[in-house]
Structure formats: C-alpha cells, structure tokens
Design a protein around this ligand. Structure first.
Ligand SMILES: [Ca+2]
Length: 283
C-alpha cells in the first residue's frame, strides 16, 4: 500500500470533545459553516442536529473485515477513521435550493473552491423543494479531494434501511459485511481512472451460503454529496425512502485492488455503527 497518505492513528490519539455534551450545542465548525451556507437552520434545528450527531470515539479500535480470513485491524489510514456521524432533516424551498446551487455548483474539479466538491448522482434527478435528510460523517483527516493516487481505491458509503425492516434488503452470508441490513446505498468512490463518482443503488439478497444471490441495481436519485475537508454530507430527498426516519450506517474503505483479502491485507476501513450493532436510528 502507498505510504504517502499513511498517517498512523496512534500519533493522532488526541482527546476530543463530545458534541453537545455541555453548554451551547455546537456542530463541528467545518460542518456548521458548510450547512449554514445554504440550510435555513434555526436554533432548534441546530440543537436537533447536534443531538443527532454521534461522536464515535473508536480511534485505536480494530475493525472487523467481512472476510473471516483477514485479521481485524485499526484503520491505518486516518481518512477512513470515522470520528462522528449524524442525521437530521430540513425543509428546503425553491430559494434554499437556489442558494445551495449558487454556493456549491456541481463540479468534480471546482477550481474556484478546490477544498469543496459537490457531486450529483451518476443517474441524476432534479432537486425539488421539499424535505431533505442530511447525513454527515467526519473522518480524522481531510479527505483528499484532488487525490491522484495511481493505485488506491476509495469508497465511502451512506447506506439505509429504507423501509424500516432489516430483514428486507442486502444481507450477505458473511455476518460483518459493511452493508448488511441495508437496502439503499449512496456510495462515493474514487479510482485514478474514474476520479470521484457518486452512485445510488438498491440492493437485496435471497438465500444464504452457496444459494445466496444478491441483486444490486443502480437507480436514479436527486441526492448530492458534498465533500469538504474532513466532512462528507449526503443531501437526499426524504421521498426516496419509505420510512420517514430511515436508519443508516456510514462506511469507509480503501484498498489497492484486492479488498485487502490476500496477505499482506492492505486495507483500511470503518463501519459506524459496527455491523453487529445494527443500523443507526434517529434518536
Ligand atoms: Ca429493509
């Protein structure tokens, strides 16, 4: 695995505060600035947003790979170490959406603001006024938006149980598959050949073991992903889910083409909540 982007987590094991633990609620400054740029957040919205942010505090803790032959490991790449995540929803009117699109024009290589990238789904739908879920995750160090790494493959996921039943959807036989229990995936990927791309899928599994069949279908979506510093924000129309408060999981993964399965197991990743913990509920 490349070492140029390798930051040992042990060197970054600094204490950090728990959002909203005392006094005035506050979001991570980068996230708050990003959202305040276009979301009409009220004080109450902000309080709800903070309340719905889970500070993980799992740095230094080993993550279980889905393949049982791969040893668990602490994520060696700090841009895959998820430090917090959260969800909230806000009604956006036409003016809000116009503000958003003027502040954050779509672009994979926005030279006017190289620290922010906004991606539409690969099969995009129009953004219409209405209720939107905002799901965010923060990692330990800034995401390499303009990365030109020749070999590493990145994947960040926001996956949901869109219908409120974990028994419907994707449930691979391997018990620690990062996306188990979900049925709708919002997935951001990077490769040198393709750059960053944002795809949306539905997924389901039937059978187990040798008779297991998973069906993964790319679908259209009005969602956007905003990449800024150490933060990813998924902005998704609430009407893309059956459940009004869909449970979710955030994930990260990097490897050099073999998913880290063969020795020397070159991978780094995280799933929050952990798969064994189920999906994250609205508090
Ligand atoms: Ca389901």
């Amino acid at each position: 695995m490349k070492t140029s982007r390798l930051v040992l987590v042990g060197l970054l094991a600094l204490p950090f505060g728990c959002a909203g633990s005392a006094g005035t609620p506050s979001l991570a400054p980068e996230l708050e600035a990003l959202l305040r740029g276009f979301v009409p957040l009220t004080a109450n919205d902000l309080a709800v947003t903070v309340a719905n942010t889970t500070v993980v505090g799992l740095r230094g803790v080993a993550v279980t790979h889905w393949d049982a032959t791969v040893p668990a490991k602490v994520p060696p790449f700090s841009d895959t170490e998820i430090r917090s995540h959260g969800i909230f929803n806000v009604d956006l009117d036409t003016t809000d959406l116009q503000t958003f699109m003027s502040l954050y024009p779509l672009g994979k290589d926005d030279e006017t603001n190289p620290t922010i990238q906004v991606l539409a789904a690969n099969l995009p739908l129009a953004m219409n006024p209405g209720n939107y879920h905002f799901v965010h995750l923060r990692v330990e160090t800034a995401l390499a938006i303009n990365v030109a790494d020749p070999t590493l493959l990145y994947e960040y996921g926001f996956v949901f149980d869109e219908d409120g039943s974990v028994s419907t959807g994707y449930n691979a036989t391997e018990p620690t598959k990062f996306f188990n229990g979900s049925d709708r995936w919002y997935e951001l990927t990077y490769s040198n050949a393709q750059g960053w791309n944002f795809m949306v899928y539905t997924a389901s599994t039937t059978g187990t073991g040798e008779s297991e069949v998973s069906t993964i279908t790319e679908v259209s979506s009005g969602a956007k992903i905003i990449m800024s510093g150490d933060t990813l924000v998924l902005m998704v129309p609430a009407n893309e889910f059956t459940s009004p408060m869909p449970e979710y999981r955030t994930t990260s993964f990097v490897h050099d083409g073999d998913f880290g399965i063969p020795s020397p197991h070159s991978w780094s990743g995280n799933a929050e909540p952990r798969v064994v913990e189920g999906m994250q509920r609205y508090p």
